[in-house]
Design a protein around this ligand. Structure first.
Ligand code: F6R
Length: 366
């Protein structure tokens, strides 16, 4: 049932090209220039009138929410806030009937997310669910929603749920951008075509597996690791660090690259591997100077770069090449080698990859 893979996690990483396709199938019609999701169509007025979107989630789903914040604000110009479900409910949040709340949950059973949804409903907000498990508590409790079609995710560390969540959220943002007129028709069509190409590019990104394994062998005994990214790839840095922590038990932190100089740079020495997400289209020059700052303090750079990159290659100790896509869609690609890197490090350390210590697949306690 692991389909020939050694672990569920690896199988699920490799399923991403097909489940991303499953997630946009019937919804994305790139050639016709149409995005159609029944949950959004049926509630278009609510989304159109939203003064604010509040995204609530936990863990990896929260990271997908952070990516969505950047995408929604850029595409739709609706202000977005992303909150940990647990913090949201314990701080008497300001929320009204003019807010749209999007709750993201793979399992649809996370207790903190559920409680936050109930609170938002009490305050009169319209609550939209993005869940993977059909018939789950959260998909029933929300007013409407769109499922991700990732299929069962067995590995405790979330992988394909993350990329399919981003796929759904990006489609919602595009649909609203079209309705609101906040994106030009040309850009809209371009994004639709780009999105349709993502599964092929994810497949290509999976070819970094051997490279990830080679790098994993070098760093498997590290005690710490930093992950840096900017813009759309800042949440990917957080997610990369979470994956490493969860399954390999190596302490890891994700940071927006520019925050380095405000503290974490003190940690840099020749024993500190720093994974830098540095695609060509995302604040590239800024990232290059962040890399220089780390190099001049003897840090070791593992860079995720766009195929054909030369500038970062000269500075980095290790490079992982991924195919190019637009900046806003790049998290769907950049996250792939980071999943593989964590996976191989954990396997080499002899960790139980599919069932890491102390973790459960759905966290049904508050
Ligand atoms: C990370 C992970 C957890 C979950 C979090 C939310 O790999 O598995 O951080 O993302 O517990 O779970 P869901 O999405 O089911 O609400």
């Amino acid at each position: 049932e692991k389909g020939g893979y050694e672990h569920f996690m690896l199988k699920e990483i490799y399923e991403q090209p097909s489940v991303i396709k499953d997630t946009y199938r019937g919804r994305l019609h790139a050639n016709e220039g149409i995005i159609q999701m029944s949950g959004v169509e049926d509630n278009l007025e609510k989304f159109m009138n939203a003064e604010r979107i509040i995204i609530i989630a936990c863990g990896t789903s929260w990271h997908a929410g952070l990516v969505a914040e950047y995408v929604f604000e850029e595409f739709t110009r609706i202000p977005v806030e992303v909150e940990y479900a647990s913090e949201f409910r314990y701080r008497n949040p300001i929320i009204t009937a003019k807010d749209v709340v999007i709750a993201i949950s793979q399992s649809g059973e996370t207790a903190d997310t559920m409680a936050a949804i109930k609170l938002a409903k009490e305050k009169g907000a319209f609550v939209y669910g993005v869940c993977n498990v059909v018939g789950s508590s959260i998909s029933r409790e929300t007013h409407a929603g769109s499922h991700t079609h990732a299929g069962p995710e067995i590995g405790v560390a979330s992988t394909k749920a993350f990329t399919t969540q981003i796929t759904v959220l990006t489609m919602i943002a595009l649909r609203l951008a079209k309705a609101k007129g906040t994106m030009s028709n040309t850009d809209f069509h371009r994004y639709l075509l780009e999105l349709e190409l993502i599964p092929e590019k994810v497949k290509e990104a999976l070819d970094t597996n051997d490279k990830a394994k080679e790098i994993a062998a070098v760093f498997k005994n590290s005690n710490n690791c930093l992950y840096l990214g900017r813009g759309y790839n800042f949440p990917v840095a957080l997610e990369g660090a979470l994956k490493l922590k969860e399954i390999s038990y190596i302490h890891a932190e994700g940071y927006p690259a520019a925050e380095m100089k405000h503290g974490p740079i003190a940690l840099i020495d020749k024993y500190m591997p720093v994974v830098v997400i540095a695609p060509k289209l995302g604040h590239y020059d800024k990232i290059v100077s962040n890399i220089q700052e780390i190099k001049s303090r003897s840090g070791i750079i593992i860079a995720v770069v766009t195929k054909g990159d030369t500038q970062v290659r000269e500075l980095a100790d290790y490079v992982i090449e991924i195919p190019e896509t637009s900046d806003a869609l790049s998290p769907l690609i950049t996250t792939i080698p980071l999943q593989l890197l964590s996976y191989h490090i954990a396997v080499m350390r002899g960790c139980n990859v599919d069932q890491p210590r102390n973790l459960a697949k759905s966290v049904t306690v508050e």
